[in-house]
Design a protein around this ligand. Sequence first.
Ligand SMILES: *Cc1c(COP(=O)(O)O)cnc(C)c1O
Length: 356
Amino acid sequence: MTQKINVQKTQNPKPKPDEKNLGFGRYFTDHMFIMDYDPEKGWHDPRIVPYGPLTLEPSTMVFHYGQAIFEGLKAYKSADGRIFLFRPDMNMKRINLSNDRMSIPPIDDKFAVEATKALVSIDRDWIPSEPGTSLYIRPFIISTDPFLGVRPSYTYKFIIILSPSGAYYPSGINPVKIMVENEYVRAVRGGTGFAKTAANYAASLKAQEIAAEQGYVQVLWLDGIERKYIEEVGSMNVFFKIGDEIVTPSLDGSILPGITRDSSIQLLKKWGYKVIERKISVQELYDAHAKGKLAEAFGTGTAAVISPIGELNWDGKIITVNDGKIGEVSARLYDAITGIQDGTVKDEFGWITVVE
Ligand SMILES: *Cc1c(COP(=O)(O)O)cnc(C)c1O
């Protein structure tokens, strides 16, 4: 059942930030989408209202027990001025995967896409048009019962906010240095690793902080049981080109099923590459490097699209991948995906949703 979205426009539109200096996640548009849940009415009262603070009691459950999920996607302005979303249906379906794990009631994923389109349409003047820029879309759900007992909340808010964001690579793609994380783990099987939940991020900060102190941009997470098998890189999925195969860790429950990961696999297969989803140990990676077979390593995620890895440090053993330069496969994927997103490459997979 599609519900009608009530729209209350702002009386005080904000000045727009400088498009050349947006950075990430610092500016928010004039409006936001909100919808409430309670057990009697289900998800109800969808509305677009002026962006502004929420009023929540200090006892609100999300502050204490972290029952919260989120998504991240982008709206792009095409060369001819149209507005595109990239696979928004996948993000909204993934909300329900995350909701289920976090005991949050499911949303109507198709309606959530419509709500996103409506919000982006109202704030369309906020979509930057400089090359590489986009309007970042952050849907999220929080538990809102004012209650301190431990149980799933009875009430929730589903909110969507928008943030104009700068180019991820303002001066060209530079491969990053990555620290293999031996002490801390991001997720374990049976845990919440496959869900896009706030708690996973809270648990990952410490390792990122330590790696950053040593000059590393991200950490490469290993499995939580044996600390042998590769899981993800920072908040991105990870791929390796070993010989003529492209290997990525299989989704065994502790890895986030990335939409950029899925898009990359589909493109690579279409181009005739042999893509294998399986367990891969960090030792295997180092052995492949020793034999001269590790040709490329890269992360995939909405923010960067493709992030090539130029160096890995595992317990002080440092290897350089592809001379620290961006590889052929990484570059081809980056060009194809960003090209589909801004309308300069034909959308053969039907990944684009147009915002009217
Ligand atoms: C969001 C996220 C990704 C990337 O997913 P995309 O859908 O490609 O943006 C990968 N890993 C983690 C932990 C994430 O939270």
